[in-house]
Design a protein around this ligand. Structure first.
Ligand code: NAD
Length: 439
């Protein structure tokens, strides 16, 4: 490729395109186009704090590509949010929506803030202020946000309300992941974890293992990590280690996951406990660092926190033969090469965590139709999307003898490339007049 190269996380992310391109039957122009986000917005969000002082936060919204449909992607509130990260996350969204075949492009947003330092009212003012600044950039037919790290359904509710006020009409389809009472979809809360769980169930069938023999470590115990851990535990998998931003706990016999979730969500602390109703007792467990958790001798490792966790520094020491990427971008491109050389089976983020955006799509459809589905309908539609696309990616690994990440990018590139080509590439205009005469 002769095209100019950006730097950082986004650069690392788009390196995957070049590898996949050789297996996709599309014009090179599609790859060139995907190396540049379509539009980038940076905003200043002034917020009146509870003590009367004014603070100004920096926010971003990036629409990476919208050839296949409106941009789609979450909003992150985190102290490390920066433009490079938001661009990378928007790029992954473009690829993810294509992998699961939903009619969206990719977008992402974020505010550089530590939300844990804000009161609830400050958080609400920030959320509404951010939407006011990006209101002309988003919309049900242009760019549809959703929750991401440290944002949740309550925040999506405030944001939808603010957008509706600005537009002077109720517009639930502008944002997904809303509370059920405000047009959210049943089954959205656990959709990301559930999608990853369906991928693991596909592997279980392929590899013929017994759930009770499988030891699982989960890094990150938020929305995505909790739900995949809970579904696996209910199936008999042994969840032996979990972590949050403060550290990890490890118990080789496995934890009672519902107890850990109860403790984490009521006390905001990750503690090794067993709960009978609301009475919880400590159970013996080792305290580890987050780095230790990644390197544990387990059968399945699930990074479900942030990007850049498996890097060239620790990839050699990752013992789990199977990695299910529930977080976005947990493995760097260089670390990927090391894992591939070791034979580690990595189910990539753009497939493993696509359950969330799939049910976000269902929510958008329900909002536009004004007709709401049961949780069984949502889950069975999600199940069929995930198993169909897992199967498509897996078949590509066999066909080209490639890893699952490359295969997922091949599938995404093929779908995006076909759409870009349908709009007209250089070949369309120069090859011959045949195409033009036919149309
Ligand atoms: P969340 O805010 O609900 O949870 C994040 C969790 O990660 C928290 O438990 C936090 O304590 C923990 N954490 C933060 N830094 C950590 C560290 N260094 N080590 C270990 N744990 C750490 O966020 P979430 O929605 O669960 O998102 C987690 C990941 O999944 C992100 O990469 C996000 O982009 C991705 N994802 C989420 C969704 C979704 O629907 N929520 C969809 C697709 C992808």
């Amino acid at each position: 490729m002769t095209d100019q190269q950006p730097t950082g996380l986004f650069e690392d992310a788009i390196r995957r395109l070049d590898r996949a391109f050789q297996y996709a039957d599309i014009d090179e122009e599609a790859v060139i186009k995907l190396k540049h986000p379509k539009s980038v917005l940076q905003v200043a969000v002034p917020v009146r704090m509870d003590n009367g002082a004014l603070r100004v936060f920096t926010g971003y919204r990036v629409r990476h590509d919208d050839t296949r449909g409106p941009g789609k992607g979450g909003i992150r509130f985190h102290p490390n949010v920066n433009l490079d990260e938001v661009k990378a996350l928007a790029f992954w969204m473009t690829c993810k929506c294509a992998v699961v075949g939903i009619p969206f492009g990719g977008a992402k947003g974020g505010v550089t803030v530590n939300p844990k330092e804000l009161s609830r009212l400050e958080l609400e003012r920030l959320s509404r202020g951010y939407i006011a600044q990006i209101a002309d950039f988003i919309g049900p037919e242009t760019d549809v946000p959703a929750p991401d790290v440290y944002t949740n359904s309550m925040i999506m509710g405030w944001m939808m309300d603010e957008y509706s006020k600005i537009r002077r009409q109720r517009m639930p389809a502008v944002i997904t992941g809303k509370p059920i009472q405000l047009g959210g979809s049943l089954g959205r809360d656990d959709a990301t974890g559930r999608g990853a769980y369906y991928c693991i169930k596909e592997l279980e069938q392929l590899k013929n293992w017994q759930p009770k023999e499988m030891r699982v470590a989960v890094q990150g115990f938020g929305n995505a990590g909790q739900h995949v851990a809970k579904l696996l535990h209910a199936d008999g998998y042994r969840v032996v280690a979990v972590s949050d931003s403060r550290g990890s706990i490890y118990k080789p016999e496995g934890f009672d996951v519902p107890s850990l979730i109860h403790m984490k969500n009521t006390s905001r602390q990750l503690k090794a406990v067993y709960c009978d109703g609301s009475i919880c007792e400590s159970v013996p467990a080792d305290q580890l660092t987050n780095g230790d958790l990644l390197e544990l001798d387990v059968d399945i490792l699930i990074p479900a926190a942030l990007e850049n966790q498996i890097t060239v520094e620790n990839a050699d020491r990752i013992k789990a033969p199977i990695v299910i990427e529930v977080a976005n971008g947990p493995t760097t491109a260089e670390a990927d090469d090391i894992l591939n050389a070791k034979g580690t089976l990595v189910v990539p983020d753009i497939l493993a965590n696509a359950g969330g955006v799939t049910v976000s799509y269902f929510e958008w459809v329900q909002n536009k139709a004004g007709y709401y589905w049961t949780v069984d309908e949502v889950q069975s539609k999600l199940h069929s999307v995930m198993s169909r696309e897992f199967g498509n990616v897996y078949r590509l690994t066999r066909k080209h003898q490639i890893d699952m990440r490359t295969a997922a990018y091949v599938l995404a590139l093929q779908r995006i490339g076909d759409a870009i080509e349908a709009q007209g590439t250089i070949g369309y205009f120069t090859e011959d007049d045949e195409v033009l005469r036919k149309s």
